[in-house]
Design a binder for this molecule. Structure first.
Ligand code: SF4
Length: 694
């Protein structure tokens, strides 16, 4: 069976061959354009994760297993009663980049078109919403202007805030192949010397959150050496008045904390290689200045004409398998549907298309705001689908207080006992990978089918079905779907509805696809490989916009919290390990959570290699095994995100990050939280950080 990997935004094609009821052999799909047969360790070992260990197999009300009718009636009646008493903005939906596009579409339609609230947001807010905001500011629409084949044709690849070798390994394999074949130069910009940085021609270990200074400096350097693309600027780009005069002149080396020769080496490499792809990820996005960082990168590509041609462009790569599909249907609180905003015209258009009784008046609460509103008692009913915010939200303790305070919590998941499910009054059993059917969109705008090859276990049902059943029970028409193909056709039609070329996202050519065509759908890319090569940007005047951005240092360190805490992924684990934690092979790579510290920091704080240490921030603390490494900057700490209360007695990183967030995107600054560290001496000298199966 041809399907796609459920882990990251590379979106690799997978060939799954069932070998028994709950087992399958897994291979890379040689015909899928995202991976041409390659897989990383996580994709390769998918077959070890498809058993029924820990599965939620029946709807639950409290601790009691019930039938679907009773559970759905309960959800519909409680949502309806809450709305009747407190209004539509008293309810919320918290979605996930793990959901299929069809699930996302139905959830967004219910919330924005029928309940009439913008309060649907997603864990993708925590992942790449700064890139979305940067795209909309620069291009007028959330369009990634690059494709993977740009990496094959580039002469210079710049990786910013991305440990690609671990987090997007198949992209990394492609970069390595290009370097071998063509001698492509590689610059890595990352405070840590990661496995990716180890392979670079140049690694700039900049101080956290100084990217804007670095890229503004490069822009000035290119202007000062007459290397801007005057024609492209004149014809395709709108430069705000005073942009160049106001661009701050800063001492880049000093601001970024790196050697002046390294800054110049980077600028020279950029000047010498016009075919440049700048690929950026969570180190850019998960920042209190993430949107400005994205625009600083895009400004540089616009001013030098390195966009809209093969081998050149700014390229945001997403963390989750379907963050892009969620963005397309409107799964973020800050967009309406099908890349539309909230103008009266767009709201009217969406309402006409859905034939809905109402339409939300404007944007809803973004993820952190949603949980803060819940903690204050403003959100009185929430439906959480395929995500674990009790661990993954910044200041997870706040999220737990919010969930405990919320009078009605529904959790849809395939796992029975997640940290979030503890707070649920109703749990709905979802289909897992290998059982569900639908589509996902990867980081290069390629839509692929995810196909089930195993029977649904127990009472598990598709998420779209559960949402549609609740909608019908609330008295809403327009939710009679026979299957995911029906939903895909409707979504495709919405993208073309009254579009007239105003938005690049237009799938209306697929709106008449029949069920057989949907079943056999081959991966396809909307917008083409280089979408702005032959067509205007999606702004009112057709020009892209340079955005004036300046470096704004984060200055919330205190005497008690003088260090900087960075968070990220390990190569073989995924999110909160509800799936990868089931694989014995994947668990071999890093068996416990480490805090990585520079040798001088270790010495200053009395830490020893292999000892234990407690990392503390304003929000909480947790214990880790110490790894002393010069790969860390002095005074920076790095910890992994995967371990949770349910899986470990230490390494509970979710408790630590601050809720400070980017003012444009609402994305939290996970990678730069003031922190401190102290040696930890357990009373029981045999203390081990253990991991149990979820
Ligand atoms: Fe799956 Fe991402 Fe690995 Fe591809 S690179 S196999 S999509 S985890």
């Amino acid at each position: 069976m041809r399907t796609t990997c459920p882990y990251c935004g590379v979106g690799c094609g997978v060939l799954a061959t069932p070998t028994a009821a709950r087992s399958a052999t897994i291979k890379g799909d040689p015909d899928h354009p995202a991976n041409f047969g390659r897989l990383c360790s996580k994709g390769t070992h998918l077959g070890e994760t498809i058993g029924l260990d820990g599965r939620l197999l029946a709807p639950m009300i409290g601790a009691k297993a019930v039938g679907w009718d009773e559970a759905l009636d309960r959800v519909a009646s409680r949502f309806a009663a809450t709305i009747a008493e407190h209004g539509p903005d008293s309810v919320a939906f918290y979605a996930s980049g793990q959901m299929l596009t069809e699930d996302y579409y139905v959830a967004n339609k219910l919330m924005k078109g029928f309940i009439g609230t913008g309060n649907i947001d997603t864990n993708s807010r925590l992942c790449m919403s700064s890139a979305v905001a940067a795209h909309i500011r620069a291009f007028g629409e959330d369009v990634v202007p690059c494709s993977y084949d740009a990496l094959d044709a580039a002469d210079l690849i710049i990786l910013v805030g991305s440990n690609t070798a671990w987090c997007h390994p198949v992209i990394w394999q492609r970069i390595e192949a290009a370097r071998k074949a063509r001698g492509t130069k590689l610059v890595v910009i990352d405070p840590r010397r990661t496995e990716t940085a180890d392979c670079a021609d140049l690694h700039l270990a900049i101080a956290p959150d100084t990217d804007v200074a670095l890229f503004n400096g490069l822009l000035l350097e290119m202007r000062g050496t007459w290397r801007l693309d005057g024609r492209f600027l004149a014809e395709r780009v709108e430069v705000p008045e005073g942009f160049w005069k106001d661009l701050p002149r800063v001492d880049v080396a000093r601001t970024c904390g790196i050697a002046a020769e390294d800054v110049q080496a980077f600028y020279d490499l950029f000047a010498e290689h016009p075919r440049t792809v700048t690929l950026f990820s969570q180190g850019v996005n998960q920042s209190t200045s993430g949107t400005d960082k994205g625009n600083a990168i895009i400004n540089l590509h616009l001013a030098t004409g390195r966009i809209g041609k093969l081998g050149a462009g700014p390229f945001s790569i997403t963390g989750q398998p379907n963050a892009m599909g969620g963005r397309e249907v409107g799964g973020l609180a800050s967009t309406l549907a099908a890349h539309m905003g909230f103008s009266d015209i767009e709201r009217g258009r969406a309402q006409r298309f859905w034939r809905s009784p109402t339409i939300c008046p404007g944007p809803g609460l973004k993820a952190v705001d949603m949980f803060e509103a819940m903690a204050r008692g403003k959100i009185k009913a929430v439906w959480i689908m395929a995500t674990n915010p009790a661990v993954s939200m910044p200041d997870a303790r706040m999220a737990r207080v919010a969930l405990a305070n919320c009078p009605f919590v529904v959790v849809s998941d395939c796992i029975a006992n997640t940290d979030t499910a503890v707070y649920a009054q109703v749990k709905l059993p979802a289909l897992a990978w290998g059982e569900k059917h639908g589509t996902v969109t990867n980081s290069e705008r390629r839509i692929s089918r995810q196909r089930g090859f195993m029977a649904a276990p127990g009472e598990a049902r598709a998420d779209w079905w559960a949402i549609a059943e609740v909608a019908k029970r609330m008295g809403f028409d327009g939710f009679d779907y026979a299957g995911p193909a029906d939903i895909f056709r409707e979504f495709a039609a919405q993208t073309g509805f009254e579009n007239d070329g105003a938005r690049l996202l237009d799938l209306s050519a697929h709106a008449a696809i029949d069920d057989a065509g949907y079943d056999g759908m081959a991966p396809f890319q909307w917008g083409g490989a280089s979408p702005f090569e032959h067509r205007p940007f999606t702004t009112a005047n057709g020009k892209a916009r340079m955005i004036a951005v300046r470096h704004t240092p984060r200055d919330d360190a205190t005497r008690a919290l003088p260090l900087r805490l960075n968070t990220g992924r390990y190569r073989d684990q995924w999110h909160t390990m509800t799936r990868t934690g089931l694989s014995p092979t994947l668990s071999q790579h890093r068996r416990e959570p480490l805090v990585e510290v520079h040798p001088e920091t270790a010495q200053s704080y009395g830490l020893v290699e292999g000892g234990l240490a407690r990392v503390a921030t304003e929000h909480g603390s947790s214990v880790y095994r110490v790894a002393v490494t010069p790969a860390q900057r002095r005074r920076d700490l790095f910890v992994p995100i995967h371990w949770t209360d349910r899986t470990s007695s230490g390494g509970r990183t979710g408790l630590l990050p601050s809720t400070l967030r980017d003012p444009h995107s609402g994305q939290p600054g996970f990678k730069n939280t003031p922190a401190t560290i102290t040696p930890y001496k357990p009373e029981w000298s045999g203390f081990l950080i253990t991991r149990e199966r979820p």
